[in-house]
Design a protein around this ligand. Structure first.
Ligand SMILES: [Zn+2]
Length: 636
């Protein structure tokens, strides 16, 4: 058969030559964008990070060594951090670090005479940024040690009582440093522009297992748990979890950590993670972080997942029992390339992390489960993103390059960065063709590996390595509209799901009264089809709510996505029988994606008293980030 392949290849090549450069999908071949002729533009663009005090262009921290007691009684991390730094500006005598709510006890410089105390000042605390810590680093020192402890109210740390865990016997701690909470865990240059390696030595109460976003190196002779992260990462990827945590391997290099009650179910739910890693590797090059493990956290974890390197943090709401929500695993794993390997240097460029990752996630879902599921996820994402655009406080917050006056970096983490970002890449993929675009993206991840860059750096790299080869594929105006313009451009891909078209037909026949709910052909519906059905329901009568609920037991369903979609409808239509289960959901689930909108919907539908009453009860169990966000929702 080799002759046949050769002749086919020759024919394709000949067609390409005939058509010329105006038809990129026929002229491209992998060698067009091979690593050999990748051009990395020498000009680098700078976007200031308005959420850091750090003077990282003068002095930059390269390594942090943590030595901490994890004190559950006082709810503090207590100990020291040693920072190794380099002077980029000769003669620089001050290192400026970010801190928030830290108790600084002593600061010393390493000198020829050993550790010597040095002067430092802390500025008045800003409610978002915290305090700048200005440290006198003398003229020759390269290491600094800070004795400190965190605050019990540190926004980046959630301390759970035993009652707040599933096992009910031991306490639990987990961190969330993105976007600017690392500074509540340690004094650090808390900007994604700075990458550092780290190591840690932790002491925890007997019977608890500590984990970090690092290699878990085990316990030393003195009982300290040791960790090392040899690859340079931004501060927002420093992470810690401590609890009654067990481990189950999926294969030799991938496994799951969780409380015992959910360990087996988690390993089963995430069993296809090795195939996801393989699909990523085939598309975008090697996984560069050693092991890849997941930890399923207690329900108060405010996110679906957090891409802490080597150890993604995951919400238990993904454990649906049917692998229907594992796109979040694909997402967090994809960050091992987009975000963790190539990082936005500031939060105005958050789409470089989240948009690329949402795109890669969908490509991996397609590779594993086929186009039908990938397109369903594209359609659901687009619906959510259009809503996010319509709800944006101002048009500038729907640009991919976000404005320089955001109040909080959380403003960068809307579906605009995720889904508009992914759709920009779908647009580019469609214009350049996968044959050219896939190897281009692979070369991009390789060119900027372990670097932090801006939107403009990406666009420059694309000019030098893709648009130069296919100058007619996209125009400057089209790119500018995507990156620097509001809303969703008309050039966006318009995915159409046959599966959803069938759901729409079924839904219409039910709401017309042609068929009873119990007879609807839902046996083969995936969670995606259910979400599309529920999200698309028109205004229903109470009898229709009851009919659906009795046919499908939607109230109290264990699939968190389906439950969320149903409760949103129930709130809209004032369907009382769902309210006790909704209250249970709000009391037990802390994932922001669900609870922010549920509280908002209660408020918008005249149920402010109920929202306030539940929040008052549930608040103590929510993560500090979720407490703040819901407070904002209810105060609006
Ligand atoms: Zn992400």
């Amino acid at each position: 058969m080799i002759d046949f392949r050769l002749s086919t290849f020759t024919l394709i090549a000949a067609v390409g030559v005939t058509l010329g450069a105006c038809a990129p999908e026929t002229t491209s071949s992998p060698k067009d964008v091979s690593a050999v002729d990748v051009i990395i533009p020498s000009e680098r663009f700078f976007t200031a990070d308005q959420f850091t005090y750090a003077n990282y262009q003068e002095v930059v921290v390269k390594h942090a060594a943590l030595d901490l007691d994890v004190n559950f009684d006082r709810k503090v991390l207590d100990g020291a951090v040693t920072l190794r730094f380099e002077r980029l500006k000769p003669g620089a005598r001050t290192l400026i670090l970010d801190t928030k709510d830290l108790l600084i006890k002593a600061v010393a410089l390493e000198t020829e005479d050993g550790w010597v105390p040095t002067r430092y000042t802390l500025t008045e605390a800003d409610t978002v940024l915290g305090s700048a810590m200005n440290v006198d680093i003398g003229t020759d020192a390269t290491q600094l040690r800070i004795i400190y402890e965190t605050s019990p109210k540190a926004e980046g740390l959630q301390w759970l009582t035993p009652a707040q865990t599933a096992g009910k016997e031991k306490p639990y701690l987990f961190s969330q440093a993105q976007a600017l909470y690392a500074r509540t865990m340690l004094p650090i240059q808390d900007t994604p522009a700075v990458r550092l390696t780290y190591e840690a030595s932790l002491r925890v109460p007997d019977g608890l297992l500590p984990l970090m976003s690092a290699s878990q190196d085990g316990q030393d002779a003195d009982g300290n748990w040791t960790f090392s992260m040899p690859q340079p990462i931004p501060s927002y990827l420093i992470a810690i979890a401590v609890g009654d945590i067990k481990f189950k391997a999926i294969n030799d290099t991938i496994g799951v950590y969780a409380e015992q009650y959910i360990l087996d179910a988690s390993a089963e739910e995430f069993a296809e993670t090795p195939q996801m890693e393989m699909a990523n590797t085939e598309l975008y090059g090697p996984y560069r972080w050693g092991r890849y493990d997941l930890i399923v956290l207690p329900p108060s974890f405010p996110y679906g997942g957090m891409e802490n390197p080597r150890l993604s943090f995951m919400t238990p709401t993904l454990i649906a029992g049917d692998k229907s929500l594992t796109n979040v695993v694909a997402h967090e794993l994809a960050h091992s390339w987009s975000g963790n390997l190539v990082t936005n240097s500031n939060w105005r460029d958050a789409w470089l992390n989240e948009g690329f990752t949402s795109y890669v996630e969908n490509r991996v879902m397609e590779a594993l489960y086929g186009e039908r599921r990938a397109v369903m996820e594209q359609v659901l994402d687009l619906e959510g993103m259009k809503r996010a655009i319509s709800e944006a406080a101002r048009p500038e917050l729907t640009h991919l390059k976000l404005p320089d006056d955001m109040k909080h970096p959380d403003d960068a983490f809307t579906l605009v960065s995720y889904i508009k970002g992914a759709n920009f890449l779908f647009f580019l993929e469609d214009r350049f063709g996968r044959d050219a675009f896939d190897p281009f993206l692979k070369s991009y991840f390789n060119a900027y590996a372990f670097d932090s860059i801006t939107t403009e750096d990406f666009l420059g790299f694309m000019d030098a390595n893709l648009r130069n080869k296919f100058p007619d594929a996209v125009t400057d105006a089209e790119i500018s509209e995507w990156v620097y313009g509001p809303g969703l451009p008309d050039t966006a891909r318009k995915p159409e799901s046959d599966a959803f078209a069938e759901v729409d037909a079924v839904s219409a026949s039910w709401t017309r009264g042609d068929i009873r709910a119990a007879k609807l052909p839902t046996e083969k519906w995936s969670t995606h089809e259910w979400l599309h059905f529920l999200n698309g329901l028109p205004n229903l009568t109470q009898a229709q709510y009851e009919e659906l609920d009795s046919a499908f037991a939607l109230t109290g369903t264990q699939n968190a996505e389906t439950a969320f979609a149903w409760y949103m409808q129930a709130i809209k239509g004032g369907y009382e029988p769902a309210m006790p289960a909704l209250e249970d959901f709000l009391m037990t689930v802390g994932r922001g994606k669900f609870i922010y909108r549920l509280y908002g919907a209660l408020k918008d539908n005249g149920q402010t008293d109920m929202a306030n009453r539940i929040f008052a009860k549930a608040k103590a169990g929510y993560h500090p980030i979720a407490q703040r966000r819901i407070g904002d929702v209810l105060a609006k």
